[in-house]
Design a protein. Sequence first.
Length: 219
Amino acid sequence: MFAYLRGKFLDRDDNGVILDVNGVGYSLFCSAKTQEKLGQLGQEATVYVETHVREDHIHLYGFHDKEEKRWFKLLTSVQGVGAKVGLSILSALTPAEIYKSILTQDKAMISRADGVGPKLAARVTNELKDKVQQFAISGISEADVQSFAPSAVTEGFFSSAYQDALSALVNLGYRRFDVEQILRQFAVESSADEKKDLQSLITRALQKLSSDKVRGGAA
């Protein structure tokens, strides 16, 4: 139906974004990474689109580039991986990380995504092992795979303390997207000891969330 949409980045929530295209607002489900790539509200943005048509609804899924869209279609080809779970995986992992985890059958990596348990993670790695060979050419460079290693962001963000902090702050009513952005920033900036201090993570995140809210209200 649509190959892509270009318009003003009007709004976002935990599920996706709204794009204003010539006065028409399109609601698109998208990953946290796509939301981040789109930049600031009010800016012009382009998203590639996948359309799912059902009897009771039409859903649009938006992606910041063709590669992410290609991986979404591949992930959702696995039995039990619906659109929501596909976006969850793409929110938690980069294409390079997904690719590497499938080739190495690293189920633990895939199961880091919300809504993905051990059984589903095993199904993803098993069913896609042969299919991802083509992506080594068209989607991800050999250098990406050879140099793969958990980044400071990945190691920190997926630690027990960071995941506990994320859960606690979301339960307090903060938007998951906002909390994830802040914790990922902390994962890069914090020392090894700071990354393990749950109380400190929560306190710092609350200060940052409060500060951002004040700035947003003043704007």
